[in-house]
Design a binder for this molecule. Structure first.
Ligand code: X5A
Ligand code: ZN
Length: 678
């Protein structure tokens, strides 16, 4: 199993620069690359990565995507004087040539392919390439939007050819539409292309009809092109996360890619003059983390845009830190997508309904951007947060960016516990648990009594209390002291142990503890004060325990081997959890589990994006396979789910909808349509 993160950077790519006045192109500066790299050095991230050298992409590789005419024009610019360069540049929409541009563009291609090779050959698990010029606007026969060769598109063709890959996902989180990439793969079902982009009803560059949500691909490629147009500026963390939960991730899990490439533009981040969006650097940690759950962790991140040097470089650092599997900082801001974002999400889901099984039973319908074309009548109880525009105009831009940086610095420098995963399962760990799992001693009778005797009496039967608490308390104590990040405790009575764990952590000072219980749960902890949110995943509705804001009963029974739980995990549990923003997560796996190991490990993987990855697992089952998989997921090893996922039945989709309708007022990240919420 590959581990490690590759970093590719070659200073020579800073030599490509604008030689004359051009107010459109003058933001694409060499400092974008050097500032990002220097910030990585500042946070000591460079030395933690595997250094991989760049190389020049070969002509043959460039021709995988581009015409020989295009290659020849590019090649011919090497010996041109300034006047000629200016003239050739003028043939394209927003591009400039420098005598070294051709060389840099070949290095950008080669760096990207080096990254793909490192990941595909198992030298590393994932990585990032810092390249210039960027690629995603570049087309078969044309430079465009600062891009000469389409680095990511070439990488996808290369991976198909060299490694025989049949399913590649390209996630384009740059704020511009990668129309070049769309054109290249429009008819290709082996490449799923997702792009969100500032669109403003076709007002924003490149102002194309085919950037809208109804461009779903052509011919055999129908359904494999996903456009999520943002029709307002000011989109933020919650809008981006909602797009992942309700559009990209379910499609990506159904698609089941063998490799994920990110067209990683940070002009979608706060402060960027092009994007005018509000997402903070932390959100890129979350997006990265979520994508790491796919393709067995094989994730290649390739730089595209990003023009606010500080925002860009901090976001690059968040991305690389996450690839290195550091804990994920909490996202800031109210967790509720805005109305315009929900409309876009609703429209793209409706457009894709014919092509994706997970959408088959969803009742999607087009909204056609009512609120943004003409204004929706405003009712008093607006469900989604109001649109961003008012907020933005009222806010002093500079003060806003100052605030984000201050919060961000606190976030990125937060202490990382010296040990990632702890367990008390010494016997199993000796030969079964993955290496980074550290074995700690259970608490003995006296220690348990000293710590918890005043609040377990009603939870634990007299003759067995210490047995069930020693392991859990030892791990929880280490998580609370930040000596470890997460851990697995075994307990013969999981519900009782969890009851004690919740009381203990609330008394310790945690304001929000998320407790996910898989299996039959005997004891419902007191959730009245909102300091605990329980999600109980079980086979049957338990009598008298109907869902309320802080106790959610999710009845879900899976087939033995094939998991349909991904749809509930992505479309329900994650949105609720992100809305709640827990400080600690307790996941209990009890008896009579209704979901399989694959679903459970997915849950552990996904939830690590929350609570700074502080998760306590309490496992009643002694199934070693289960324990091993949970340990792997907690230790940050990528878990293979390949082929395991199937779409949910109509009955389950229906049940989920009822629950969503009931809870979306409280947990706003659940919203993905506006027609009945407002
Ligand atoms: C890679 C990238 C933007 C081009 C903007 C032209 N290109 N107005 O972000
Ligand atoms: Zn861009």
């Amino acid at each position: 199993m590959a581990s490690g993160t590759a970093l590719i950077y070659d200073e020579e790519m800073t030599s490509h620069k604008l030689l004359w006045d051009d107010p459109i192109c003058d933001i694409e500066v060499p400092e974008r690359l050097s500032a990002s790299y220097e910030q990585l050095q500042f946070y000591h991230l460079v030395e933690r990565c595997v250094h991989v050298p760049a190389r020049e992409g070969t002509e043959e590789e460039i021709l995988l995507v581009h015409s020989s005419e295009h290659l020849e024009v590019a090649k011919s610019t090497q010996t041109m004087d300034e006047e000629e360069l200016k003239r050739v540049s003028g043939n394209y929409d927003a591009f400039f040539f420098h005598p070294n541009t051709y060389r840099c563009a070949r290095l950008a291609v080669g760096a990207t392919l080096q990254l793909v090779d490192s990941v595909m050959l198992g030298k590393v698990c994932n990585g990032m390439a810092l390249v210039r010029p960027p690629g995603h606007h570049s087309q078969r026969n044309a430079a465009n939007g600062f891009c000469l060769f389409n680095n990511v598109a070439i990488a996808a063709e290369y991976a198909k050819l060299k490694y025989g890959l049949r399913r590649i996902l390209i996630v384009d989180w740059d704020v511009h539409h990668g129309q070049g990439t769309q054109y290249i793969f429009e008819e290709d079902p082996s490449v799923l292309y997702f792009s969100w982009h500032r669109y403003e009803h076709q007002e924003f560059w490149p102002s194309l009809k085919e950037s809208d949500y109804d461009a779903v691909g052509l011919g055999k490629g129908k359904g494999f092109n996903i456009n999520l147009p943002w029709n307002k500026v000011g989109m933020g963390n919650s809008d981006y996360l909602a797009a992942f939960f309700h559009v990209l991730l379910p499609m990506a899990f159904e698609f089941d890619p063998e490799l994920v490439l990110v067209s990683s533009g940070y002009d979608s981040g706060i402060g960027d003059p092009e994007g005018q969006m509000n997402a903070t650097p932390e959100v890129f940690a979350h997006l990265t983390h979520l994508l790491m759950q796919l393709a067995n962790g094989k994730l290649c991140v390739i730089l595209e845009g990003g023009y606010h040097l500080k925002s860009l470089s901090e976001s690059v650092c968040m991305t690389v830190k996450t690839l290195l599997r550091d804990p994920i900082p909490q996202v800031t801001g109210e967790m509720a997508p805005c109305l315009s974002a929900i409309e876009s999400i609703q429209n793209v889901r409706a457009a894709h309904k014919p092509y994706w099984k997970w959408l088959m039973y969803e009742d999607t319908s087009f909204l056609h951007n009512l609120s943004t074309k003409s204004h929706l009548p405003k009712k008093t109880n607006t469900n989604p947060s109001t649109d961003h525009e008012d907020k933005i105009t009222n806010n002093n831009e500079a003060a806003k960016i100052e605030r984000f940086l201050e919060l961000h610095m606190r976030n990125i420098l937060f202490p990382v516990p010296p040990i990632r995963t702890a367990t008390t399962q010494s016997k199993a760990s000796a030969y079964l648990l993955p290496a980074p799992v550290c074995v700690v001693k259970e608490m003995d009778k006296n220690e348990v009594e000293a710590l918890a005797s005043d609040f377990y009496a009603d939870l634990v039967k007299e003759d067995e209390p210490l047995h069930s608490l020693g392991s859990m308390l030892a791990i929880l104590d280490k998580i609370l002291k930040k000596e470890v990040c997460n851990g697995i405790a075994d307990s013969p009575t999981a519900s009782a142990s969890v009851g004690v764990a919740l009381r203990y952590s609330v008394r310790f000072g945690f304001q929000r503890v998320l407790c996910v219980f898989v299996g039959d749960m005997q004891i419902v902890p007191n959730t009245q004060d909102g300091k605990v949110l329980v999600i109980n995943i079980c086979e049957k509705e338990q009598s008298g325990k109907i869902s309320s804001k802080h106790f959610i009963s999710l009845n879900w029974k899976e087939d033995a081997d094939r998991s349909d739980f991904f749809s509930a995990a992505l479309g329900f549990i994650l949105p609720v959890a992100y809305s709640y923003q827990p400080n600690l997560i307790v996941i209990a796996v009890g008896p009579n589990r209704s979901i399989g190991i694959s679903g459970i490990s997915l849950l552990f993987g996904l939830l690590q994006g929350l609570a700074e990855s502080q998760i306590l697992a309490v496992i009643e089952d002694t199934d070693l396979n289960l324990i091993q998989n949970v340990a792997k997921a907690l230790a940050g090893a990528s878990v293979s789910h390949s082929g395991a996922y199937v779409p949910p039945t109509q009955e389950k989709v229906h049940k989920m909808k009822i629950l969503k309708d009931q809870l979306q007022q409280d947990w706003k990240m659940l919203q993905c349509s506006v027609k009945d919420g407002i």
